[in-house]
Design a protein around this ligand. Sequence first.
Ligand SMILES: [Fe+2]
Length: 300
Amino acid sequence: MITRRGFFRFLGGSVLAAAALGSYAVGIEPMLLTRVKRYALTPPNWPDGLKLRVVALADIHACRPWMTPERIASLAEEANALEPDIIVLLGDYVAGTRMVSGWVDSHEWAPALSGLKAPLGVFSILGNHDWWEDLTAQKAGQGPTIARRALEAAGIPVMENDVVRLEKEGHGFWIAGLADQLALRPGRAWGRKGFTGLHDVRGTLAKVGDEAPVILLAHEPDIFPDVPSRVALTLSGHTHGGQVRLFGYSPVVPSRYGNRYAYGHVVEAGRNLIVSGGLGFSIAPIRFGVRPEILTIELG
Ligand SMILES: [Fe+2]
């Protein structure tokens, strides 16, 4: 049985070898070429007249040479050029692989994101890597994480089991952000046997004060079976579409549901989930069949 880590390490080694042989253009460049992935939907009970364009960036995984502050700043410009009403960041800002030529710390990646601009605002959640790389938070079993403080210092609100009510042309709607489902790693020193999530779906939605639609930001899509139909749309990242995807199938997906929530638009019992393929890399610098993407979602 091949592990996800082993699979990516093997492929990563092959890509580095190929790059050394001079196939940069065919091997590496397409893995870094961002595309805009568009969705348009009208969730059940969506109010007439509310037209909303949401742009989402997921799994940035800042590190050199793959995701430098300069590249992050240019992704922010690309996102702004899509003329969104609102921009959401779906977590995992920090490096997700050891195959780097240099680290990019929060004092570099957070300011690069501060260029994001949208009339109704920019909102963020955290991902598992933002927690895992913060040993102080791991030890304490709580935040605020380094990533949270850096985002806030850059003027970007971070939502961990929190909601905000916004309005466009007189129509209200809510953005709800879930705390990470894998935030605390197991460790004897920390007294934890397994991964511990800090998410609270029920408590978060209890803060929603009226009938206006809710868009839920949840880094890992695995929460989706627990999301009530009160939520119009759930937005997730984390899977990177498996990083390798062939004919709509991903051989390895960091989800207990395998391919069910690996990538794209999922509708279950009238509930909508969109999983971004993300922008960066986990474990190894590999992408095949899943280009880095910025989402633009038209609701209404
Ligand atoms: Fe993640």
